[in-house]
Write a protein that binds this ligand. Structure first.
Ligand SMILES: [Zn+2]
Length: 406
């Protein structure tokens, strides 16, 4: 077999011709060209007429062991009548405007899906910033362009990074279970950009939007997809009750000077926050201490439990009845955090009870949020929202890469 044929097989790029090679200190340089003679348009990939030829360039390709491999070619500019542009021709091994082959970029993105950026830079011998740029390009190339079509049930959440000062809004499709959109910022403004991107027709088809009560996305849904049912996450509501209970407890701890009192509420945090049926015997003793010494705190505990029970109801009418009773009880509880929560729940009543009928929580989005947090940690030092959004789409957007050589 001729050397050039061996090399062509080794680099495993289709529609490529190896004309010769040069061994240098920096690795092996292969002189290549596309198998087709006439240049092809980089837009529509149809054959068109050549315009001129540029200086030869190098593309970094996957290495062989520790040997780096470069492809060398002098690309032509092609004039496409159909697209009415004059551009650098379509190349079978690389996207326009990059110094890496697609195989190399795919390997880089694949590694970024499974490991931290520091390892990626070491394995491939490229710098940090380049990893981000390559990921952006692979995401553009590989992301399913139809992901924003036919959406029916979506979930929205905010993702905070850089010590919680900056935000990214993530939209998840409950049916395909993948992230379909990520954008900078939070609240109604960020979500409005998503609605603008999918267009009014797609907005009208949305049936359900799940979210947290606090995130401020409600306004955007009312404005752009008023037919969609808003579902407030059940576990988020319960979390708020847990936080209200904790506020009451901390208030009590601050005011406790009496020693018997202090003993009773010491180490009561977890027994109070636990679900009643998970309580151990020791927890129960602690709770009865709390009940005996400080009634208001015990009342807060009962309120938290009652809310959980109301939300666990299977029949919507029962849930609504229990929730209404709960709102009244909390409003009269003389516990400020629960009075506040009762007002919040009254305001979002329909969205909270919608959960009982649809059984849809924001859990999927929160799972993806947790995964994104891990991604942000792995690529710690990612400072731009753009790079982080690229990573979120790369890891949760349904992109499957298989960079193994054939
Ligand atoms: Zn064209």
């Amino acid at each position: 077999m001729r050397l050039t044929t061996v090399l062509r097989r080794l680099i495993a790029v289709t529609s490529i011709f190896v004309r010769g090679c040069e061994f240098t200190d920096g690795g092996i340089i292969l002189d290549v060209r596309p198998t087709w003679r006439k240049p092809r348009c980089s837009c529509c990939q149809r054959r068109c007429s050549g315009y001129d030829t540029q200086a030869s360039r190098l593309w970094r390709h996957l290495g062989l062991g520790s040997v780096r491999i470069w492809l060398r070619y002098a690309p032509r500019r092609a004039r496409c009548r159909r697209c009415n542009v004059t551009r650098v021709e379509h190349l079978p091994w690389a996207s326009p405007n990059t110094g890496f082959t697609m195989a190399f970029e795919e390997m880089c993105a694949y590694l970024a899906q499974i490991t931290d950026w520091t390892s990626v830079t070491k394995l491939l011998g490229i710098d940090w910033r380049t990893v981000g740029v390559i990921i952006g390009r692979v995401v553009d190339r590989e992301l399913d362009p139809s992901r924003l079509e036919g959406l029916r049930r979506i979930g929205v959440d905010e993702f905070s990074y850089r010590k919680r000062h900056r935000y990214i809004t993530i939209v998840v499709d409950h049916d395909s279970r993948r992230v379909v959109w990520a954008g900078e910022g939070k609240g109604a403004k960020a979500l409005t950009r998503f609605f603008a991107q999918i267009g009014p027709e797609a907005c009208r088809q949305l049936e359900t939007v799940t979210m947290d009560m606090s995130a401020g996305y409600r306004r955007a849904v009312l404005d752009h997809a008023p037919q969609a049912t808003i579902v407030f996450d059940r576990f988020h509501v319960q979390k708020l009750a847990g936080e209200a209970l904790d506020q009451v407890r901390r208030q009590v701890v601050r005011e406790a000077d009496d020693s018997e009192f202090a003993r009773a509420i010491k180490r009561s945090r977890w027994p109070l926050l636990k679900n009643a049926e998970d309580a151990t015997e020791k927890d129960t003793r602690k709770l009865s201490d709390v009940e005996r010494t400080y009634k208001p705190l015990y009342r807060a505990y009962l309120l938290k439990e009652a809310l959980r029970k109301a939300l666990s109801r299977r029949q919507p009418w029962r849930a609504r009845r229990d929730l209404r009773e709960w709102i009244g009880w909390a409003a009269r509880s003389r516990l400020e955090p629960f009075k506040r929560l009762s007002r919040t729940i009254r305001k979002h009543f329909d969205g909270i009870t919608a959960y009982i009928e649809l059984r849809l929580t924001n859990g999927l989005v929160e799972g993806i949020n947790a995964k994104s947090r891990m991604i942000a940690r792995r690529a710690y030092g990612i400072h731009s929202a753009h790079a982080l959004m690229g990573m979120i789409m790369l890891c949760s957007g349904g992109i499957v890469l298989s960079p193994a050589l054939p």
